[in-house]
Design a protein around this ligand. Structure first.
Ligand code: BTN
Length: 258
């Protein structure tokens, strides 16, 4: 624990709450109404880990990274996607730095490696008076999980750093690297605006230029993922040639022949 603290160099994670087991670090972080900006909740295990769209997040004990970062950003609720993209960029950079794996980002926030998911981000907000009061950025990265840790239905679509490299990795180094990268990118966002974050996200994206299927709350869209706009929404060119902007949804990259 002291070693992890000594590896954290910025404001993000200076106040660190480490838990052995918790239902969900996001739920715990959202309950800390007075927590200061930059507080981080990390756990060794989650008994009720939550993914996007109401799904469960598989969170076996002692193997992976489960953490939530509490931010108090000067942003409007509709700008929150920027925080998710920023966290995706930070995680991608950190995993690349520590493991050497060429991880990429699938819109909006899945960390991907060779077509399989290695991590995910769940951003949750408390809003009021037209601004974000608190943003909780939940990050899950499969680090030392083996195939035996995934339920059968995930074996073909999920992976871990250990499965990909054949060896165990130091979770503390990876956590510190993620938090330090979030600290750096958050500073850039505040000082220079959103463009640098959007540009690096585009560079790390495995989505842009691909034929995709996007399932939104009420429709399924097929098209080419052309770009993201200034709010982080996906610009999709439909088969008809018309453009559509997608705010949120589940995206699948379609391979030739599918
Ligand atoms: C996704 O569906 O891709 C998002 C997964 C987010 C999982 C992380 S693990 C830490 C934090 N606590 C949770 O309950 N979920 C997020």
């Amino acid at each position: 624990m002291e070693r992890l603290r000594s590896l954290i160099s910025g404001e993000i994670g200076r106040h660190l709450i480490l838990l052995g087991s918790v239902d969900s670090t996001n739920t715990y972080a959202l309950s800390l109404s007075e927590a200061m900006h930059g507080t981080v909740v990390a756990a060794g295990e989650q008994t009720g880990g939550r993914g996007r769209q109401g799904r469960a997040w598989v969170s076996p004990a002692g193997r992976n990274i489960y953490l939530s970062v509490i931010l108090r950003p000067p942003l409007r609720p509709e700008e929150a996607t920027l925080l998710t993209l920023l966290a995706g960029v930070a995680c991608c950079e950190a995993v690349r730095l520590i493991t050497g794996l060429p991880v990429g980002i699938k819109w909006p926030n899945d960390l991907m490696l060779r077509g399989r998911k290695i991590g995910g981000i769940l951003t949750e907000l408390k809003t009021g008076n037209g601004v974000i009061q608190v943003a909780v950025i939940g990050i899950g990265i499969n680090v030392n999980a083996g195939t035996e840790d995934f339920p059968p239905e995930l074996c073909d679509i999920a992976t871990s750093v250990r499965i990909e490299t054949g060896k165990e990795h130091d979770r503390d180094r990876l956590i510190a690297s993620i938090l330090n990268a979030i600290d750096a990118w958050y500073g850039i966002l505040l000082r220079e605006g959103r463009q640098p974050v959007l540009d690096i996200w585009r560079n790390l994206s495995v989505t842009l230029g691909q034929m995709v299927r996007v399932m939104t709350d009420n429709e399924t869209l097929l098209g080419t993922a052309e770009d993201i706009d200034d709010m982080g929404r996906l610009a999709l060119r439909l088969g008809s040639g018309r453009m559509r902007t997608v705010h949120a949804g589940d995206l699948t990259i379609l391979r030739p022949g599918l």
